[in-house]
Design a binder for this molecule. Structure first.
Ligand code: 5GP
Length: 185
């Protein structure tokens, strides 16, 4: 029997989920982040083994064949997956945090029905749209794709156990800490 509880977080790109999660994890040292594998290239500042395991598509397919993923999903031509061995090992040590998009979250729920699914919402659609359009690193076509994906992700929030809004990082983190305390303490 594992000791810890599993907390699964999703939220559209641009919602500030990483900052909120960092604030939450700074305040609860029993939370362990599950590092995913991905076939996308590292962004500047991202660290192998801390942000992701950056692997090739061939390696990823080998991992799938060996049954090494609790769940995996492909979006924007990139594969992302949660290594099952790592999650089980981390659950022995504490409560585990996953950051996955909705398909991944629902697949985790299938294998681990006791997992708690938490969706992080932007303050408003207009605010998210402003943030996504303001990034300036993509073509109009990519921005439209990103907006459509964000809209779809937000529509999935009705299936989550909890929906929290990131209007202020500290307040949102406090709300999440309360949920975790209810489930894990
Ligand atoms: P990014 O490429 O910006 O780091 O992440 C893009 C999206 O992939 C985010 O919504 C993130 O939650 C999701 N993601 C990251 N790791 C995983 C994973 O292991 N499985 C799934 N299904 N989604 C993931």
């Amino acid at each position: 029997m594992s000791k810890g509880k599993l907390f699964v977080f999703s939220g559209a790109s641009g919602v500030g989920k990483s900052t909120v999660l960092k604030t939450v994890m700074d305040q609860r040292k029993d939370l362990v982040f599950s590092v995913s594998a991905t076939t996308r290239a590292p962004r500047p500042g991202e660290v192998e083994g801390a942000d992701y395991y950056f692997i090739s598509r061939t390696e990823f397919e080998d991992w799938i064949a060996r049954g090494e993923f609790l769940e995996y999903d492909e979006h924007n031509d990139v594969l992302y997956g949660t290594p099952v061995g790592q999650v089980n090992e981390k659950l022995e040590r504490g409560n585990v945090v996953l950051d996955v998009e909705p398909n991944g979250a629902f697949n985790v729920r299938k294998s681990c029905p006791e997992a708690t699914l938490i969706f992080v919402m932007p303050p408003s659609w207009e605010e998210l749209e402003r943030r996504l359009r303001g990034r300036g690193d993509t073509t109009p076509e990519q921005i439209e794709k990103r907006l459509a994906r964000a809209r779809w992700e937000m529509d999935q929030s009705v299936h989550y156990d909890y929906v929290v809004t990131n209007d202020r990082v500290e307040a949102c983190a406090a709300e999440i800490l309360k949920i975790i305390a209810e489930k894990a303490d």
